[in-house]
Design a protein around this ligand. Structure first.
Ligand code: NAD
Length: 336
């Protein structure tokens, strides 16, 4: 039984907490921490065995806590990962690994110095059955090499504090990771094109944005990030390869014919949309963390690679130019 401490009991942390206490095997949540004590204590009030520890670093160091799940706000991830590495405890860290590429690199270097992989990063799409099928068909070679992909990442609305930069650092990061995994390639340049702004987008948000990423083998990934799309939470991916195409399946929902129309509900909640993938990624992490070492799943190196692409894409938002992306060679430590 893996004894886990959870840092961050907001939207994502609460969901991970609930799946661990109700669905997952071989795991016990023993402590939670959050700067918002009222929310954290209300979450655990019907679980008398679970402790609230105000200081997250103390939670990481607590002798009863064997592994840590980090779901606090993005700027806190790097620091908590570094403390967990010091303690040599396995970590599930929500994306991003750090809000800067320098910070992500520090985590990678600390993990390598410690001598074993301890971090699984929350790029949950690698556990989504549709994206896994896209990965497998490309890997089979049946379609030849990929030429391009059209992707959409849309949400009905976002809070007022969500900014233009966050469209890259919080949202596009998922496409950066999943498309480089599916294409088995890395990105070498980024460009951002901004169409006319949606009237509901706040003063600090340009929405939608179209991001063009080029891979080292010359394939193109085009993503529209549109977070005021109004109509629902909608993830699309359509790949064109040398000998055929492959498209992300629609949700497994019943098709309803009614009132002179035909269709299915796409929903508006991203956490619900990807629920099965979250369940799979967390069980995968628990199974690995029990052994004391993480050998599969998205690594901190993947988080670092995404942070480097993110830097160029953010620069491209203001420069309007095609920005080069620094090349990285994967260390043997992260090649599995
Ligand atoms: N993988 C995914 O699909 C996905 C989806 C949503 C969010 N996320 C990531 O999960 C993380 C949390 O997102 P969320 O939507 O739950 O946000 P949220 O704002 O709902 O929750 C964040 C929580 O962190 C707490 N917090 C802030 N600073 C802290 C600190 N220093 N120490 C401890 N707790 C602190 C806040 O009080 C809050 O309860 C973010 O990094 C986000 O990028 C990932």
């Amino acid at each position: 039984m893996l004894k886990v401490g959870i840092i961050g009991t907001g939207a994502m942390g609460t969901q991970h907490f609930r799946r661990m206490v109700t669905l997952m095997s071989n795991v016990e949540v023993v402590a939670v921490s959050d700067v918002n004590e009222a929310n954290a204590t209300s979450l655990i009030k019907s679980f008398p065995g679970i402790r609230f520890i105000a200081d997250a670093h103390a939670l990481i160091r607590d002798p009863e806590v064997q592994a840590i799940l980090i779901a606090s706000s993005s700027p806190t991830h790097e620091d908590y990962c570094l403390t967990a590495i010091e303690e040599q405890k396995p970590v599930f860290c929500e994306k991003p690994l750090s809000v800067t590429s320098e910070g992500a690199k520090k985590v990678v270097e600390a993990e390598m110095k410690g001598g074993k992989r301890l971090i699984q990063l929350g790029f949950n799409r690698r556990f989504d059955s549709g994206f896994m099928q896209l990965h497998d068909i490309l890997a089979s070679g049946k379609l030849g090499d990929a030429l391009l992909a059209h992707c959409s990442h849309r949400a009905p609305r976002v809070p007022d504090w969500y900014s233009t930069t966050m469209a890259i650092t919080e949202t596009l990061v998922h496409e950066i990771d999943i498309m480089s995994w599916i294409f088995n390639d890395y990105f070498i340049s980024a460009q951002v094109v901004m169409p006319r702004k949606h009237p509901d987008a706040s003063a600090i948000l340009q929405d939608p944005q179209v991001i063009l990423l080029t891979t080292s083998r010359g394939a193109l990934v085009m993503v529209d990030v549109f977070v005021n799309c109004q109509y629902g939470y909608d993830i699309q991916c359509d790949i064109v390869a040398e000998k055929g195409t492959a498209r992300l399946p629609d949700l497994a929902k019943i098709v309803v014919r009614h009132d002179a129309s035909c269709g299915f509900e796409i929903g508006s909640d991203g956490l619900k949309h990807f629920e099965e993938s979250y369940n799979r990624e967390i069980q995968c992490w628990i199974d690995a963390a029990i052994t004391g070492e993480i050998k599969s799943g998205p690594s901190s190196w993947d988080g670092y690679k995404v942070a480097v692409v993110t830097d160029s894409a953010v620069k491209a938002q203001t420069s309007g130019a095609i920005e080069p992306i620094a090349a990285l060679e994967t260390p043997a430590f992260y090649r599995s």
